[in-house]
Design a protein around this ligand. Structure first.
Ligand SMILES: [Zn+2]
Length: 184
């Protein structure tokens, strides 16, 4: 069995049998605890010292070491239990910071993705083989331009170089394009 806290693979005898506390089956063993006996006793002692308050440097050292130990385990993928571990790992402000970061990441992802798509559009058009009548490409450029506008109606700085380059390329193409004579 792997201990959920210290992540060590230990024999079943290192885990305390879990006894259901529901009525009627109080005495029946329904499995084993998810953390090993050693982790349980660490958590037990640390939580007791923390609740009573460290009374000497040694106890303070125990709390400090336990705090970094719990953080290490958590980073390694462990799930330390006990009131002190919860206090160290799940401080409300830490949660707040985390969810704010998540929100900002989502926000940035939303703003970056469409921008990338527009740039991809410019790049695709820049690489396109020009064989059709110029209007086809001018229409594509116009569609991209519409997606590139900021609130002030001007092309955003991020797209300006792509746009300018294509205007030049398409104007060149148009200037040199040999129109077929209309069939009478
Ligand atoms: Zn363990």
């Amino acid at each position: 069995m792997i201990c959920k806290q210290c992540l060590k693979d230990l024999p079943e005898t290192d885990f305390r049998p879990y006894v259901s506390r529901s009525k009627g089956i109080r005495t029946s063993t329904v499995g084993h605890n998810t953390i090993c006996k050693k982790c349980e006793s660490i958590n037990c002692m640390v939580t007791r010292v923390w609740r009573q308050g460290a009374k000497n440097p040694k106890e303070q050292q125990l709390l400090d070491s336990a705090a970094s130990y719990y953080k290490c385990l958590k980073e390694a993928g462990g799930d330390p239990l006990g009131a002190y571990a919860r206090y160290i790992l799940d401080k409300p402000e830490v949660h707040g910071v985390r969810s704010n970061i998540d929100k900002m990441l989502e926000e940035m992802a939303l703003k970056v993705t469409p921008a990338d798509k527009v740039i991809e559009g410019y790049k695709a058009l820049a690489e396109e083989q020009l064989v059709d009548i110029p209007d086809v490409y001018q229409a594509k450029l116009e569609a991209l331009r519409e997606q590139s506008l900021g609130k002030d109606g001007k092309i955003l700085t991020a797209y300006k170089p792509f746009y300018d380059k294509l205007v030049e390329k398409l104007d060149d193409y148009e200037d040199n394009y040999v129109w077929k004579k209309p069939v009478n």
